[in-house]
Design a protein around this ligand. Structure first.
Ligand code: PLP
Length: 611
């Protein structure tokens, strides 16, 4: 007997119901075929992040039933159970599957620590997955959840390109429509009418334990401790999907792109241009022609300064930046000013590290030709009111470059909504490879911009008398680009799409609030950057201890943070400092890791943790 709890989708019922359900299957071989089809379509293998059939089917039900958990569970988790509908059924369901999954580890659930609760939920599912992977292909089908599976398979069209491999080169470029599975939220719970792809089943819900398994480096041990990667603002770690994608490129596709009649040139060109499409989709650009591949944010800003800047900025013109800027968004404009006689103006910030909009407004005049500022400060974590600042700049006729180096992995980047004229970011800050990034530019601007470097690829025709350039974006991609890493960047963005940037933002925000609260309670610790709108970055100094010593002491217990000026000296000096300790978060970080950081900082303060 099955019961219907929501949207007409049958629930897993009780354990005994499930046995009946299994016994009453009309056609086991058909179902097994369908099951194998789903398995082969899963984006990860059975030992990694791929979720077994049962947990896919079951977890959708599970997700539905858990949709209130992140609110209900976290503040007041009871010692022995979640108290959510379906919990008892799930306990019974998982209990007979293997000895290792006898029950929810209730001791874990006794904590109010959200990670623990989610990990505890995930643990039995993982054990079930493994047992099912072997069982499914060799035996009949005695799983709970077959009915759900059948229904799911009927509803989901699995593209042939999605089958059989974790990494799907040349897979359809469509963004996975449903990233909702990652987070437990009623507004994003399973939407039966939305188109979904097989990749949507990679994780049952946003579960930090599950996403961590995608990042092999997080298993590293440093000085006898599990690595805690809190240096995400400097660079992020790479999921297996990205590592595999780059390897796949070199194993099966490697060739220079364009202009060749052979198969591998076609493959590499397809892969490279598909990555450009992915970047365009990720930024919500209206066309892939608006995306130029560059080495990273620094090169992107230099491209605009050396190309558009040289063409459009002259003596007496003004360029406005903010006090928050990374050196990469200061130096190219200083260079341009010294070459042209233009003037650099700087919008100040308040004591929390937020841009003072009234002061910014005063700087905007008819002389302002360009505004260039960061969407998120790398030193403080401030999220600037980018849309408003862009609008204000446009009112005086200025163009706007938005530095997305620190925002792109934390906030939704929608260049059309923001209405920025250029948006630049680095792949390595968003789980992609180093040495690759992108510039988005409005098409009318890119078309009018002269090339900034000359060479192969960017030309239409060359004689000794003159050169005719390609249109954008090729015009700005002189020479052989970083083809493999562009492809890797595409994979990274697909990975983020799969999790869902809004889900990431929400989880990270919760983590940030948790961390700020704990750090603030350490006497002598001063947080630098306390704007109400901030993300990811937890800069601080601790009275009586040098930042370098703190970094060394943290490293001794496996915690990687950056100490120093973070290539943002002006903003640190604004706070009377030459450097800070800067832990910075990503969605694979956990509350446990924050606790470890806070405890170690406390021990440093008390003298019980040595450098
Ligand atoms: N802009 C900001 C805000 C940054 O945080 C960084 C790097 O940390 C950059 C620009 C430069 O990025 P990249 O070194 O990847 O070119």
């Amino acid at each position: 007997m099955t019961t219907s709890n929501f949207d007409g989708i049958p629930s897993l019922g009780t354990a005994s119901d499930t046995v009946n359900l299994a016994n009453s299957l009309p056609d086991v071989s058909q179902l097994e075929k369908l099951a194998n089809e789903l398995f082969s379509a899963l984006p990860c293998d059975g030992t990694g992040t791929g979720v077994g059939l049962l947990s896919s089917a079951a977890s959708n039900v599970f997700n539905e039933q858990l949709s209130g958990i992140d609110k209900a569970l976290i503040p007041g988790t009871s010692p022995n159970h979640f108290g959510v509908p379906g919990e008892a059924e799930l306990q019974k369901l998982f209990a007979p599957r293997s000895a290792s999954v006898g029950s929810f580890p209730s001791s874990k659930l006794a904590t109010s620590h959200p990670d623990d609760a989610l990990s505890a939920l995930h643990a039995p599912q993982q054990s079930v997955d493994k047992s099912l992977f072997t069982g499914i292909n060799t035996q009949g089908f005695d799983l709970p959840g077959e009915a759900e599976l059948k229904k799911l398979l009927a509803e989901k069209s699995i593209s042939p390109a999605m089958k059989g491999h974790a990494i799907v080169p040349n897979a359809k470029a469509d963004a996975p429509a449903v990233s909702d599975f990652y987070f437990l939220n009623e507004s994003t719970s399973l939407n039966r009418s939305a188109p979904v792809s097989a990749r949507d089943f990679a994780h049952p819900a946003f579960n930090v334990s599950a996403v961590r398994r995608d990042f092999p480096i997080l298993n590293e041990r440093v000085n006898g401790h599990q690595l805690v990667w809190f240096d995400n603002a400097a660079t992020t770690q790479k999921p297996q999907a990205v590592i595999d994608r780059v390897s796949y490129f070199y194993e099966h596709e490697n060739s220079n792109i364009h202009r060749a009649a052979h198969e591998l040139a076609a493959r590499s060109t397809d892969a490279y241009e598909k990555a450009r499409n992915t970047v365009a989709r990720f930024l919500n650009a209206s066309s892939a022609d608006e995306i130029v591949f560059v080495r990273g944010t620094t090169e992107g800003i230099n491209l605009v300064a050396k190309s558009w800047g040289k063409q459009n900025i002259s003596e007496g013109d003004e360029i406005v930046i903010s006090w928050l800027e990374h050196h990469a968004n200061i130096v190219p404009w200083q260079q341009l000013c010294s070459e042209t006689g233009a003037i650099l103006r700087v919008a100040p910030v308040d004591d929390s590290g937020q841009v003072l909009l009234n002061e910014y407004q005063k700087l905007l005049t008819s002389k302002t030709k360009l505004v260039s500022f960061t969407q998120v400060s790398n030193a403080l974590g401030t999220v600037t009111p980018a849309q408003q600042m862009i609008e204000m700049a446009h009112r005086v006729g200025a163009k706007v470059l938005l530095d997305g180096a620190q925002s792109v992995s934390h906030l939704r980047a929608d260049v059309q909504k923001l209405d920025c004229d250029w948006f630049v970011f680095s792949g390595h800050k968003i789980f992609g490879p180093t040495g690759i990034g992108a510039v988005y530019g409005k098409p009318e601007l890119l078309e009018g911009m002269p090339p900034w470097q000359g060479g192969g690829n960017m030309i239409e025709d060359v004689t000794f008398e003159k050169t005719v350039y390609q249109p954008a974006p090729a015009r700005f991609e002189a020479g052989t680009g970083n083809i493999a890493d562009a492809v890797g960047l595409g994979a990274a963005l697909e990975y983020v799409e799969h999790i869902g940037i809004d889900n990431i933002a929400r989880y990270e925000h919760e983590l940030l609030v948790y961390a700020m609260d704990k750090l603030q309670n350490i006497s002598g610790l001063r947080l630098i950057g306390t704007a109400p709108d901030k993300t990811s970055v937890l800069s601080f100094v601790l009275a009586g201890h040098s930042n370098q010593d703190i970094g060394v002491a943290l490293n001794k217990v496996g915690i990687a943070v950056r100490t120093g000026h973070h290539c943002a000296q002006p903003i640190l000096r604004r706070f009377g400092l030459e450097s800070t300790v800067r832990p910075s978060l990503a969605f694979y970080n956990t509350h446990d890791e924050i606790d470890h950081l806070v405890n170690t900082v406390r021990r440093i303060k008390n003298g019980s943790a040595v450098y």
